[in-house]
Design a binder for this molecule. Sequence first.
Ligand SMILES: Nc1ncnc2c1ncn2[C@@H]1O[C@H](COP(=O)(O)OP(=O)(O)O)[C@@H](O)[C@H]1O
Ligand SMILES: [Mg+2]
Length: 240
Amino acid sequence: MDANTLVVENLKVNYGNVQALKGISFSVPKGKIVSLIGANGAGKTTTLRAISGNCPSNGNVSFHGHSISNKQSYQLVGEGLIHCPEGRGIFPNLTVMENLQLGIVGRHSAKEHFQKNLQIGFELFPRLKERISQAAGTLSGGEQQMLAIARALIGEPELLLLDEPSLGLAPQVVKLIFEIVVKINKEKGVTVLLVEQNAKQALKISDYAYVLETGTISLEGKGSELLDNEDVKKIYLGEH
Ligand SMILES: Nc1ncnc2c1ncn2[C@@H]1O[C@H](COP(=O)(O)OP(=O)(O)O)[C@@H](O)[C@H]1O
Ligand SMILES: [Mg+2]
């Protein structure tokens, strides 16, 4: 049986009077890609933020079998729980290289592997290598997403939380980004929790997926099963 890298139990988040997460439970087995899909406002980003210690929550989250519910985000980075946030979180006035160097902040064990991981990032995204001295804010949207993912890899994630990596990108770039996510998982052995509105692409690459609807998990199953599910087709894939 697969060990679970992440187990989320009865996770609740309130923003004032609004309950954004109403007690959701799910798990991410080691070495797998698990997706959370759902419409805008469903609570996907909130889920990732609560897991990575970036938003107060109730319930329990376990990473490698021990509770991390009371840990701070920087402590979790140190343990290899790396969050690639919605909107990419790159520093526009810093160069590509400087942004990549920030990938080791809080992750001491990755410092000595920086050069090796930099090369891995450049192999996955050769376009970044050509632009190392360029201000990150002058990159295209797709290149900025590549930079955000490469920076996350510099931190040697055991679990990578990826928030909408395909948002706002052209179809060819979306295809490339999803291919890279698969590579990171299959070749580098990184466990991935992916959040996406692009349900079709996400389900195609996912071992397992959960559908989030206004703070509640309404459906779950293997990626391939959900791709064939009539409700998913109608609501999230635009097929009738
Ligand atoms: N900082 C915040 N303050 C108040 N409400 C918020 C905040 N962040 C998110 N929300 C609300 O919580 C709900 C879930 O948001 P979010 O997790 O960003 O959804 P998703 O990522 O699925 O689009 C939405 O109704 C959103 O308006
Ligand atoms: Mg979001």
